[in-house]
Design a protein around this ligand. Structure first.
Ligand code: FE2
Length: 241
């Protein structure tokens, strides 16, 4: 009789390597650097430059990024289908899209995107080594730690260097960027970017906040499902008095 452990409740991380036309990629790289201009980082010391807090939050409306948005559209729908969603009951939106430039020594702290439902990142460069900084994904909590704190405290008895502990109690998962790699994951997942340790290279990526809603409903269509927001075109703004 062998004891078997079954992994339950997996987090759905999608990875797909896009084929980017070299010219299109070169234009995007150039555009991102031009949008960043002379800025070097975010206000917090050591933090990479992120377009979302620097006025560059609508990449999806710029012609240079139309091709990758089209690829993102296809793969996002594939992701939703893979999770069991029915396409006909959904509409999918890019709410915000911005570039991230991490210079040598810079990082992005742990955070998540509570305003969105699905997060997507496209890497414009990276060789798969992780030297320029990895995407670090955190589990919602250490569900197999049994006694809270054992996975981080000193002196065990849970030993992170043991393969079994690394598998069942990993404090995070690191994903190394590679040019053209698109990743998708639930927007509520805590994540960070580890420091860029390559003294020679700027790390460039595009981030997308995607939102699900119901499709636009006509007068004879069924009402949107209870917990899915109606389509934004059917919302009514209430002006500030
Ligand atoms: Fe993020």
């Amino acid at each position: 009789m062998t004891l078997e452990l079954q992994p339950l409740f997996p987090l759905a991380l999608a990875q797909v390597q896009l084929r980017l036309d070299p010219l299109e990629l070169a234009v995007m790289l150039q555009e991102v650097l031009a949008l960043r201009g002379s800025a070097e980082g975010n206000p917090n010391p050591g933090c990479a430059w992120t377009g979302d807090i620097n006025g560059v939050w609508q990449l999806h409306r710029l012609p240079a990024f139309a091709g990758v948005c089209e690829q993102l559209r296809r793969h996002s729908w594939g992701y939703l289908e893979a999770l069991g969603f029915a396409r006909e009951g959904l509409a999918l939106h890019i709410q915000r899209a911005w570039p991230v430039v991490s210079a040598p020594g810079q990082a992005v702290g742990r955070h998540h995107h509570p305003n969105a439902h699905l997060s997507a990142i496209l890497y414009l460069n990276g060789d798969g080594s992780g030297r320029s900084g990895c995407l670090r994904l955190f589990p919602p909590r250490a569900i197999n730690e049994l006694v809270p704190g054992l996975a981080v405290g000193h002196g065990g008895p849970l030993c992170p260097e043991r393969p079994a502990a690394a598998r069942w109690n990993a404090p995070w998962f690191d994903l190394a960027p590679r040019a053209g790699l698109l990743v998708l994951f639930p927007a509520g997942t805590d994540h960070a970017v580890t420091p860029n340790d390559d003294p020679e290279e700027l790390r460039l990526s595009l981030a997308f906040d995607l939102v699900l809603s119901a499709p636009p409903a006509g007068p004879h269509d069924p009402a949107p499902p209870e917990y899915l927001a109606p389509h934004p075109s059917q919302w009514t703004p209430l002006a500030c008095p």
